[in-house]
Design a protein around this ligand. Structure first.
Ligand code: HEC
Length: 156
């Protein structure tokens, strides 16, 4: 081996080692990062699917087996039920996280419509999912029952 070549090799190894060291200094990220922010910025159903869902359900929707069983969405008969799909996205279930607090009704309607159009063989003319359908699936607010002020007014 010639001297310039071995010097080059040594420099490369040093550069690699330096890269490793600086990577080790960075905060450990043990989970996949879906987005840099707290809320997701993506608007279209396809973009939201790619940013949020594809990590577990795979870009082509065929699902995966790993730490958990990630069911296939491709050809999944349960997608025929819009409320079930919306419930999963809003609230999650077991190993699936809920995205209700991080996505707007519009974003959830967009990704749900995208998933159904792309992966489910729905009868033609199946209506798209609307933001109002999502709102109906959100848990009711705990406080501010509208009957409370009226009840106390009656008591006095
Ligand atoms: C962290 C991994 C993960 C992410 C991200 C994720 N899912 Fe899931 N998903 C799962 C797992 C695990 C299940 C099975 C949950 C169970 O056991 O009920 C599941 C179940 C589902 C189901 C029900 C399937 C069935 O056959 O019952 C639907 C629909 C679904 N996910 C859609 C989505 C959509 C749409 C997104 C993106 C907004 C998404 N998932 C993001 C892991 C994930």
């Amino acid at each position: 081996m010639s001297t310039p070549a071995s010097r080059l090799l040594a420099a490369l190894l040093l550069a690699l080692a330096a890269g490793r060291a600086s990577a080790a200094d960075a905060p450990a990220v043990s989970e996949p990062q879906f987005s840099s922010g707290w809320r997701f910025e993506q608007r279209s159903g396809a973009a939201i699917y790619g940013a949020l869902c594809a990590a577990c359900h795979m870009p082509d929707g065929r699902g995966a087996r790993g730490a958990a069983a990630y069911p296939a969405l491709q050809g999944n008969a349960k997608l025929a039920s819009a409320p079930y799909l919306l419930h999963m996205i809003v609230n999650g279930n077991r190993a699936m996280p809920g995205f209700g607090s991080q996505l707007s009704n519009e974003q959830i309607a967009a990704v749900a419509s995208h998933v159904r159009q792309r992966f489910a063989s729905l009868p033609t003319g199946e209506p798209a999912i609307n933001p109002a359908d999502v709102q109906a699936l959100r848990p009711a607010p705990q406080s501010s029952s509208p009957s409370t002020p009226a009840a106390s007014a009656v008591a006095h």
